[in-house]
Write a protein that binds this ligand. Structure first.
Ligand code: FES
Ligand code: FES
Length: 159
């Protein structure tokens, strides 16, 4: 299959890779960029496990062509950690508040929450639930996840 050179930024680093026009952003991230934190769930836009940020906005990478991201900035769960590898406050809150059980939904959940907190640092519970509505979790019942996001808000506001 013919490939073209794709230039984009992934977690702050410029990349250039040969990519087929039909390659999904999810597959590009996992197989070419070796960023397997982004999860492949339903593969059909239903579960949110594959959520990443494209120019700061949450996007389902299983429904996005990699080629459509030329020149854009992509952020994955791996990009939230500090340069020293320490988890971000939001990731830490998920860990401490038990917002993670099997963990499969967690990267997508965290990326959706991250997008919300960047534009709305003190969202109501209703807004948090609305922002996470496209991210399905079969383990936690969502209470701990919402708590984790609220806890991260409080930490950000205090900092
Ligand atoms: S894998 Fe993308 S929405 Fe489920
Ligand atoms: S923690 Fe298992 S699916 Fe959410």
């Amino acid at each position: 299959m013919a490939k073209r050179l794709l230039s984009l930024r992934v977690n702050g680093r410029e990349r250039e890779d040969a990519v087929a026009d039909s390659t999904l952003l999810l597959d590009y991230l996992r197989e070419t960029a070796n960023l397997t934190g982004t999860k492949q769930g339903c593969d059909g836009g239903e579960c949110g496990a594959c959520t990443v940020l494209v120019d700061g906005a949450p996007r389902l990478s299983c429904l996005t062509l990699a080629a459509s991201c030329a020149g854009r900035s992509i952020e994955t769960i791996e990009g939230l950690a500090g340069a020293d590898g320490r988890m971000s406050a939001l990731q830490q809150a998920f860990h401490e508040r038990l917002g993670t059980q099997c963990g499969f939904c967690t990267p997508g959940m965290v990326m959706s929450a991250e997008a919300l907190l960047r534009v709305e640092p003190a969202p109501s519970e209703a807004r948090i639930r609305e922002a996470l509505a496209g991210n399905l979790c079969r383990c936690t019942g969502y209470v701990k996840i919402v708590e984790a996001v609220r806890c991260a808000c409080a930490g950000r506001l205090a900092g």
